[in-house]
Design a protein around this ligand. Sequence first.
Ligand code: HEC
Length: 149
Amino acid sequence: MMKKILYVIIGLLLVIQFIRPEENRGESGGPHALQNVVDVPDTVLAVLKTSCYDCHSNTTVYPWYTNVQPVGWWLANHVSEGKRELNFDEFKTYPSKKAIHKLEETADVIKENEMPLNSYLLIHRTAKLTEAQKQMVIDWAQQAQMQVK
Ligand code: HEC
């Protein structure tokens, strides 16, 4: 009995490997990108790219284990929800009011340690922001709000 259950589980795990989510492999930094709306110093952009762009841009860097399901499904879900909420590569398509609000929220989620998601930090150690990086991005996000036309 136990053996049968085990075989069924292994079988299911094998089958789900073939159901692959669509990947987020668009172009980053296109005409609608954040940099075309407000000034983004290289140091700030580097932090956003490392810590936020996997879920908030048109390009995700996929580590090998996202080829293993259901890990890939789980990440794909975060990417689609994250992009719906905020896509730095589509920033120019946002009306001014929304753009300002998203910059405000960017500062807030970093201040409150809500982003990057904890579950993501577990496997992406390098995405964790230092206190200095947090302050830098928060200061920038507050300044940038005034540049939105
Ligand atoms: C692993 C994916 C992932 C990463 C990495 C990530 N986010 Fe998010 N983010 C999400 C998801 C999913 C949501 C929507 C659901 C939620 O709010 O929890 C979201 C929502 C947001 C929101 C909307 C505000 C809110 O309170 O809902 C902002 C702003 C945001 N993220 C900023 C950032 C910033 C800035 C970073 C980098 C420091 C970042 N995120 C990194 C997945 C991610």
